[in-house]
Design a protein around this ligand. Sequence first.
Ligand SMILES: NC(=O)c1ccc[n+]([C@@H]2O[C@H](COP(=O)([O-])OP(=O)(O)OC[C@H]3O[C@@H](n4cnc5c(N)ncnc54)[C@H](OP(=O)(O)O)[C@@H]3O)[C@@H](O)[C@H]2O)c1
Length: 249
Amino acid sequence: MTQTDIALVTGGNKGIGKEIVRQLAQRGLTVYLAARNAALGAAAAAELAADGLDVRFVALDVTDADSVAAAAKQVEADSGRLDVLVNNAGIVAEWGTAVADITAEQVRTAYDVNVFGVVSAINAFVPLLRRSSNARIVNMSSGLGSVNLLSELDGRLATQGLLAYSSSKAALNALTLVYASALRADGIKVNAATPGLVPTDLNSQAAVPRGTRTVADGAAVPVALATLPADGPTGVFRGPQSLDDVAPW
Ligand SMILES: NC(=O)c1ccc[n+]([C@@H]2O[C@H](COP(=O)([O-])OP(=O)(O)OC[C@H]3O[C@@H](n4cnc5c(N)ncnc54)[C@H](OP(=O)(O)O)[C@@H]3O)[C@@H](O)[C@H]2O)c1
């Protein structure tokens, strides 16, 4: 008998995260839809469960250590282990601020979610991931976090001037590689995904056109990384179109 994989997606109440929850559940996984707002999270989970999917709400604010610990405790009590952790929760803190005016406080706010929040979640869930026979961590990064692409000073990414967001995702990319190296010993894969530009609440204040990619398009690569087979890669950065799309670090 094959075991049902158990996944948890942070920031699962809306946007690309909610779509990742849907697609993983459609593939037959049991999915914890984690959200910091209980009403929004429970409503999103109920909507997906009404479609016959095994989706369960768990409260989780990635900036609140007690909340992260309580979520891990709940998953342990209900499922005993975790196979997939998708660190999807993310924010932009500096829309509309000129680069030289972006404050350390704005940068800290972004890092609290996009960087430290990921460390907190990995800290809390690694003990449960160690109990999986094929554990996968997927970090939701961005082309805006690619140091390679940012090195084109006149390029589309550097000129967006998202100092806090870009540097937080670059830090996330570095975290991905260091975790990938260290957690190989536990058989845990750690990879990063770029979903491409998808119009969501995250970028509703963007000055640049947001394109026409759907949340389903954006969820495809993170879902593929979340469902890698046991012999799949670790320490890779992929997207936005497909798993074969190698994104530059
Ligand atoms: N959209 C794009 O074009 C794009 C491109 C590249 C990368 N990404 C990345 O993709 C991921 C999803 O973004 P999205 O576009 O789907 O954005 P979104 O619709 O704004 O969703 C962001 C999610 O993160 C949650 N979140 C924010 N702070 C949190 C916290 N402290 N604890 C837990 N959850 C928190 C939000 O919850 P609330 O509803 O409570 O605020 C929401 O569920 C992010 O990591 C983003 O950086 C997006």
